[in-house]
Design a protein around this ligand. Structure first.
Ligand SMILES: Nc1ncnc2c1ncn2[C@@H]1O[C@H](COP(=O)(O)OP(=O)(O)O)[C@@H](O)[C@H]1O
Ligand SMILES: [Mg+2]
Length: 529
């Protein structure tokens, strides 16, 4: 129960704040809490809606006879509040349309009532999901956010569901400790009803089972919320850490934080992880890792579209980033993935003169949020190009860690071959992966994957099974980006020194001598095309 919210509302009522505006989608839950306060304070409690007029709270609204036709009109309802003498709370549901501009009479009447209520034991509580307060009433109305159910509420909800079905022998709740917490955490951000529905849905779909794996069904409920926000995309992924070759340091870091969003971690004194910046060579698994974190931590992945943010919508960008942040926070804990954030900054430095600083302001809004955020929204940003990354982004306190992802070394490439052969239903032991790995120095994971796919085409065309030789041929015909972009990679390696931590425990061994000499040549950023 949002105990603080109840007591806040109660305090406001006792302090004779005349009009309290409770922001919430959960009318029924709010009603419940208000009923409790009314009972405690020994007041009557009524509710008003445009369809029912003023009726006692808790009236069976389905019945036609339980309406008060004479008070359906909002002005008549307000007059009624004025005339009543008993101590009472009046809950006005969805009153916001009547507070919109040009409802002169209602706005004026409320102002008069506010004065009157201060000297009475009556209060008006407006309950609505939308905040709409005319300037005339700004000083008379106090706004209270009614929070969505927290972990404790969810635990209570689950216990209730379990006890409701306790005598059904077909129901198996396979949930304890960590699994239970993961599932309930996934449900945070949903309303009480949404959470209850989705848990019931899982049990129906799984023949009465409730398991940690079902967390995905909870996420799909959240998709509904994301869909309505333009900049964010709910990203579903099958990729897990098992599909990432090499990058042991990064994997270790991520594994260590698997339970870092739990209550236990808070009690232990750990802060929630804030974010991760992945820098590095294109095609080496940055985006892949972002996706894998979502599976590992069992948190939904939201992708923020940087292109859209700074694209055609320049004027509305500030508003959109704010909305994206609010949406992400509303379904927290979650991962906010900003792929190729460097593109946004290439935009800022280039466009500053043309969009009169909007991009810079959007970026400012985002940075401020990053350092001040309280909600467990874990930010993963990736960047290929570091030349435009602003120093503010790299400052301590924004990200927990900055990792540099380099081209894979020979052992890592062996791993990557195995992963992608398996992914395409081939048995790695039937191939000479070691020699293949040695044959593709300077290749990225993406290029290795491409080589395997292209050799599969060749084999399929010849109507033969894939062989090591096919892959070798395909590797031989590829010029890796690291050749054509040697300058960029050299610059990048130099730049990350002292700024980022290596994601791999091994240095790409065979490249040691040669590439180090390239690095020392590069001090200035390579010219941009
Ligand atoms: N370390 C790796 N292990 C396995 N596959 C990889 C690895 N790096 C890249 N790949 C393959 O290449 C694809 C593209 O990589 P991606 O993560 O998009 O690169 P980046 O975001 O760093 O440019 C991935 O989806 C994956 O299939
Ligand atoms: Mg990428």
């Amino acid at each position: 129960m949002p105990q603080e919210t109840i007591s806040e509302i109660e305090v406001l009522i006792r302090a004779r704040y005349p009009i309290i505006y409770v922001l919430s989608w959960e009318e029924a839950r709010v009603h419940n809490f208000i009923a409790k306060i009314a009972q405690k304070r020994n007041k009557k409690v009524f509710q008003w809606s445009y369809t029912t007029g003023i009726v006692p709270l808790g009236t069976m609204l389905q019945l036609r006879k339980n309406t008060s036709v004479s008070t359906q009109d909002p002005l008549a309802a307000l007059n009624e509040v004025m005339e009543q003498v008993e101590p009472a709370i009046y809950v006005f549901n969805d009153f916001h349309p009547f507070l919109a501009k040009n409802n002169f009479a209602i706005i004026r009447r409320l102002k008069e009532i506010a004065q009157h209520l201060k000297d009475s034991y009556k209060s008006i509580i407006v309950v609505s999901p939308i905040l709409s307060i005319p300037p005339e009433l700004e000083k008379e109305i106090t706004v209270v956010d009614f929070p969505l159910p927290n972990l404790q509420d969810m635990t209570f909800l689950l216990a209730k569901i379990i006890s409701d079905v306790a005598d059904n022998p077909n129901i198996h709740i396979e949930l304890q400790g960590e699994s239970k917490e993961h599932l309930l955490q996934a449900a945070l951000g949903l309303t009480w009803n949404e959470a209850e529905n989705v848990l019931a849905k899982i049990m129906v779909a799984n023949n009465g089972r409730l398991r940690e794996e079902d967390v995905n069904m909870v996420f799909s409920e959240k998709k509904q919320i994301i869909r309505k926000s333009g900049l964010l995309e709910y990203f579903e992924t099958q990729d897990d850490l098992g599909r990432v070759g090499g990058l042991e340091e990064l994997k270790e870091w991520l594994k260590k934080r698997r339970m870092a969003f739990s209550d236990k971690a808070r009690q232990f004194g750990l802060p929630s992880p804030r974010g991760l910046l992945l820098l590095g060579v294109q095609g080496c698994g940055k985006s892949l890792c972002a996706k894998a974190v979502s599976s590992l931590w069992r948190m939904p992945l939201l992708r923020l579209d940087v292109g859209k943010m700074f694209g055609a919508l320049v004027g509305s960008s500030e508003e959109s980033i704010r909305r994206a942040i609010v949406t992400a926070e509303s379904i927290a804990p979650c991962i906010l993935w900003i792929d190729e954030i460097d593109k946004a900054f290439a935009g800022i430095s280039g466009a500053a003169s043309t969009d009169s600083g909007t991009s810079a302001r959007v970026f400012g809004t985002f940075l401020t949020w990053m350092s001040e955020k309280q909600q467990p929204v874990f930010v993963i940003a990736t960047a290929n190009d570091v030349t435009h990354l602003p120093p503010e982004l790299l400052r301590k306190g924004r990200f927990d860690e900055i990792f540099y992802i380099d081209l894979p070394g020979v052992a890592e490439r062996t791993d990557i071959f195995k992963i992608h052969l398996l992914k395409r239903s081939r048995k790695p032991q039937q191939f000479d992966v070691q020699s293949l790995a040695r044959a593709c120095e300077g290749f990225s994971g993406a290029e290795i994957e491409e080589a395997i796919i292209s050799s599969l085409y060749d084999a399929f065309y010849r109507q033969a099974e894939l062989t090591t030789q096919d892959i070798r041929a395909s590797l031989a015909s590829t010029v890796p980006l690291s050749k054509t972009m040697a300058e960029h990679i050299g610059y990048l390696r130099n730049w990350v020194q002292g700024r980022a931590r290596n994601a791999s425990s091994v240095v790409p061994e065979e490249s040691e001598g040669k590439r180090k000499m390239e690095i020392s040549d590069f001090i200035d950023p390579p010219a941009k095309k």
